[in-house]
Design a protein around this ligand. Structure first.
Ligand code: SF4
Length: 369
């Protein structure tokens, strides 16, 4: 399984993905939640378009940016072998020409074999993303995944042992899934050596088996609040283990997840932001409680890029801290010296600005990756 990854071809300033979507090609499975054409947004796929897509993306990328061609949207190593090789050859010509640095792809765990890994290692494939979804056999069965958790474990180990960087994709709210086994899945992804993760709360698309299960009352979609809480639980596990979280929720791009195609489930364009807000609320609450600062006036410093995540949508975290704990947050500011690579650690800080009111306490923290 490979959920879509945002068409916006970016990860950060210095790194860009050029996503090439290969919808459902070669996939004989029918995972209950999958409407691959909706998810990937590609109504048609033509190999002739690939070069054009790469050229168009390259034209927008400045020199010196680390660039990756990323085959997403299907089960890349399960597609017709000749087509897979042609796509890899195409990507490799860009690597050889020095115009692209590496290749990235996503696939299912049961399409990882020693033979496939040896083919991939002949190309400049650096990252392999595996659609793991759950490490619980009952959940995998109920979701029609068609592979076991043991297959997923073996695939993860094989990918890491072969020297590729592993990204684990997992889902929240699958049939039979609980917050407990989602946390266990995240812990397994960490222990299997993933360097990054993607979290996808389950969305019910019209026409999918999951939609039929929902209609029959056999499946209860998760609410937005449940999705946020449960995603924040696993985000804590990933970040606590220094595993980056590179995506939460399906793409907000309306072409990709059109509301007409979504019947139920947590499909909010700001879902990822809500999860980060929740994560930061927990971190701030914890730090304030630990330092006996709940109910006081405080100034909080977070990594520069995370200020809006900590403040929350419409200042939700500031309001929540006030309402729930009577803590008055005077300011949540960015601190360039804080590095997101350091896992969550919050310490009281000396009040540097002496002119500041002494009754205002400062805390500073790294929220993780
Ligand atoms: S493996 Fe499942 S989710 Fe992935 S493309 Fe096939 S049916 Fe869809």
């Amino acid at each position: 399984m490979t959920h879509c990854h945002c068409l916006a071809s970016s990860v950060d300033m210095a790194h860009r993905n050029i996503p090439i979507f290969i919808p459902h090609m070669g996939c004989p499975n029918q995972c209950v939640f999958c409407n691959q054409r909706s998810i990937s947004g590609c109504r048609e796929f033509r190999i002739e378009d690939v070069t054009q897509q790469i050229e168009a993306a390259l034209a927008t990328i400045s020199e010196g940016t680390e660039t990756e061609i990323a085959f997403f949207g299907g089960s890349f190593t399960g597609i017709d072998r000749g087509l897979m090789l042609r796509l890899l050859d195409t990507a490799q010509t860009y690597v050889r020409a020095g115009r692209v640095d590496s290749i990235r792809l996503s696939t299912r765990p049961d399409y990882i074999t020693p033979e496939i890994l040896s083919i991939l290692s002949r190309y400049s494939v650096k990252v392999i993303e595996l659609g793991l979804q759950s490490m619980d056999d009952a959940v995998l069965r109920a979701s029609g995944r068609g592979h076991t958790a043991e297959t997923a474990r073996r695939a993860c180990r094989a990918v890491v042992d072969a020297g590729f960087s592993l990204v684990g994709q997992m889902m929240i709210g699958l049939p039979g899934s609980t917050p407990k086994n989602e946390r266990a899945t995240a812990r397994e992804i960490v222990s299997l050596g993933a360097s990054a993760a993607r979290i996808y709360p389950t969305v019910v698309f019209y026409g999918t088996p999951l939609w039929e299960m929902t209609e029959r009352g056999e499946y209860l979609p998760i609410s937005l609040n449940q999705a946020v809480d449960r995603s924040a639980d696993v985000l804590e596990i990933f970040l606590g283990a220094r595993v980056k979280c590179i995506r939460i929720g399906l793409c907000a791009n309306e072409d990709l997840v059109s509301s007409e195609e979504v019947a139920e489930g947590a499909n909010h364009p700001a879902l990822g932001e809500f999860v980060w807000n929740e994560y930061y609320y927990r971190r701030m609450y914890e730090a304030l409680a630990k330092q006996g600062l709940l109910g006081k006036d405080v100034v909080i410093s977070v990594p520069f890029a995370d200020v809006s995540k900590a403040v929350g949508q419409h200042r939700s975290n500031v309001i929540r801290l006030l309402r729930n704990t009577e803590t008055r947050v005077r300011k949540i500011g960015g601190d360039k010296t804080l590095n997101r690579v350091v896992p969550a650690q919050w310490q009281p800080q000396q009040n540097k600005k002496k002119e500041q009111n002494d009754s205002v306490s400062e805390i500073t923290g790294n929220a993780g990756l």
